[in-house]
Design a protein around this ligand. Sequence first.
Ligand code: NI
Length: 399
Amino acid sequence: MNTMNILKRAQEVEPRVREWRRHIHAHPELGMETEVTASFVEKILGEIGIKDVRRCGGTGVTALIRGAASQGADICVGLRADMDALPVNERSDLPYKSVNAGAAHACGHDLHTACLLGAAQVLHDLRAEFRGTVKLIFQPGEEGAGGAAAMIADGALENPKMNAIFTLHSWPDLPVGTVGFRRGAVLASAQAFTIRLKGKQGHAAHPHRCIDPILIAGHVICALQSVVAREIGPLETGVLTLGRIAGGTAGNIIPEEVVIEGTIRALSDDVNKRIIAAVTRIVEGTATMLRGSAGFKFSPGLPPVVNDDALFDRMEALFRKNFGGDHVRVLPEPSMGAEDFALFLEHVPGTHFRLGVGQEGQNNFPLHSPDFIADDGGIPYGVAGLTLLTLDSLGVKMP
Ligand code: NI
């Protein structure tokens, strides 16, 4: 097979992929409630001619493309795209602007879903050329709603089991026409937590008869700044952010309780665990010192996204050869954002690459901004990237 044709084939399907993307963009849905998007995906898969399609994890969709020469070949490659939007009011004048108030594709998942449909079209067209199976995974609920976990619990890893899995994510810091990647960790772990600081309620004028959780909270906030500064090595990476605090009802009442919510980000499980241990120790110690007590709730959390070394080497060589050096960027650093693709990587080796959707030299609006716009000129690179990774892992000999 002539690999140079893959980018050309992706360019051939580009107009349709753009149409799909714009349709999905106009009809964003939140969390696990991606019924309209899932139905659209099923409709397009049907038009392509892919028959082995099923619902998985609620509004998730999986589909199989079997190579025509599959006899005796049990290798399976997974491609995963997220479908959900964000609770954001889109600020744009695009003709395909969101028609659903309070929801917008501000993280580019519309583009991810459309690129996966484009790769499905190209791979279906090429099915005579490969042995083995391609598993397409369209996932709801990436933005904190547990979509990957729900699909895994509903059997997304089985029938058949995957030997490798790949995904892409829009990246406004990269210009259209480029892809970006990075060896090793590319996205952080995410660990949400809630701290409840317990005191004893009473009159603000009689503090000695109360235990003041607001005072405890003040000490806790300051003491927690020492965790990353003093307990995590200067060449290690960790973030501890307190994003919400709530307590009290009136200025003349010492309240019973203060609640603090935050998040921990790290590039390794080790650093994540050390930050959790330090937070627990410091908060408990501080609360005790001031006569109060503390309770904790840590979410299940997401591990970091770490590219498989061997697959990364193949991806880098593949993209450099097929796209040319000008279209390939090595990312200087990982993002401390997180992605529940990490849950698939706990079971299957894989890689994650970034698709350029920004303008060179411009101050592009970031992901999750109401002004974020993914330039869909990068579609051929997204479609070709997913297709090339799949064919390579299926062992298709490419010059
Ligand atoms: Ni995203």
